[in-house]
Every structure is written in structure tokens, then in C-alpha cells.
Design a protein around this ligand. Sequence first.
Ligand SMILES: [Zn+2]
Length: 65
Amino acid sequence: MPSKLVMRLVILGKDGESSMEAYCVKCKSKKEMKDAKAVTMKNGKPATQGVCPTCGTKMFKIGKA
Ligand SMILES: [Zn+2]
């Protein structure tokens, strides 16, 4: 029965697209982060790093993607 696997994939997909927004200082607005990847800050806390889809400026967000 593949239903359990399908359910897990749906949950993962929902998580991924709901929290990728970050503030772009160049566009002065919130944008969907492109090429988002999980990084760890110097204090050991998780963060997400990516680039603005409009201007390519680096974006940074505290917390996991
Ligand atoms: Zn931008």
C-alpha cells in the first residue's frame, strides 16, 4: 500500500513552499527565495540562505526552510 508514502511526500512539499519567503533589501519587499539552502549560523542556530528571484541579491532568513 503506497498511501503512507504519498501522504509523507505531500507534507514535505507543503513545508517546502510555505516558508521560503524572505525580505529583499534591494526590492524593498518580500520575495520567494530562490536556490534556498539550509545553513547554520555561528551561534549554531539554523538559517536559510538564498537569492532574490527578481534582482539576484543574497537573501537570509533565520530558521529552517
Ligand atoms: Zn530583490
